[in-house]
Design a protein around this ligand. Structure first.
Ligand SMILES: O=C(O)C(=O)C[C@H](O)[C@@H](O)CO
Length: 262
């Protein structure tokens, strides 16, 4: 079974730069997979994805120097089972608020006796339909479980969530966190909460991750210790770049369209 180099990298503190894939289209994943990012989130929470579209994106990314990270809409056991069986091996589980929820996610990605993932990979892409020898015995070594903290409750439980055995990284969801705090993302309250969260995660011995669309914020959080940072989304880059291109030839080079931040 091939090494999950992303899991190894974040586990050893190496900076990993990522991007959100929000179109649900395999051709976009195929293109973006060749642009130098270390990890790409196939977003099943806010992107128009289903099991088949996620699998198509996993297939086109197979063999490219990038780790596909799959985010389900929620961390349901049955969803995790299906995503692992189609070959996802790095999962980003949203809205994890307690160590008990984190521990349940761990059980979902492990086979018995250390978990309750259903046995079925022999007929699934995860084991390349039974051709990966000893898949079940080796699977958990290369599965990378990332949990998202994005509420005040999660921050209150952050140290315990981060210290949960089997959690390989903790991702901060800044948009949902700022919504739950009730302040703008760039407010002092939210920024200091994120700064503190990064410090807490790193102090717990786990890598911290985040996504913002703002380079200044991303560099701030990298300086604080965030080691897996997503710096944008395919849809946003596509829209703003094309708006800028049309603007160079039309409307006298009018100010290109901007994507409003949160
Ligand atoms: O709360 C957040 O921020 C995230 O979890 C990331 C968003 O869901 C992503 O879709 C970009 O807005």
């Amino acid at each position: 079974m091939s090494e999950n180099k992303f899991k190894t990298a974040i586990g050893s503190g190496q900076q990993q730069i990522g991007l959100w894939l929000s179109t649900g289209e395999a051709v976009v994943a195929d293109i973006v997979g060749r642009t130098g990012f270390d990890w790409l989130v196939i977003d099943g929470e806010h992107g128009p994805n289903d099991l088949r579209s996620i699998m198509r994106q996993l297939q086109v990314l197979d063999g490219l120097p990038v780790e596909p990270v799959v985010r389900p809409p929620v961390g349901s056991k049955w969803m995790i089972k299906q995503l692992l069986d189609i070959g996802a091996r790095t999962l980003l589980i949203p809205m994890v608020n307690t160590p008990e929820e984190a521990a349940e996610c761990v059980r979902s990605v492990r086979y018995p006796p250390n978990g309750d993932r259903g046995m079925g990979a022999i007929v699934a892409r995860a084991s390349r339909y039974g051709t990966v020898s000893d898949y079940a015995a080796q699977a958990s070594d290369e599965i990378c479980l990332l949990v998202q903290v994005e509420t005040k409750e999660a921050l209150e439980n952050l140290e315990a969530i981060a210290k949960t055995d089997g959690v390989d990284g903790v991702f901060i969801g800044p948009a949902d966190l700022s919504a739950d705090i009730g302040k703008p993302l760039k407010s002092d309250e939210v920024l200091s909460a994120i700064d503190q969260a990064i410090e807490t995660i790193v102090a717990a011995g786990k890598p911290a991750g985040i996504l913002t669309f703002d380079e200044e914020l991303n560099r701030r959080f990298i300086a604080r210790g965030a080691s897996f940072v997503a710096v944008g989304a395919d849809v946003t880059v596509l829209l703003t770049t094309l708006a800028s291109l049309s603007g160079r030839y039309k409307n006298g080079g009018a100010e290109p369209m901007k994507v409003t931040s949160y």
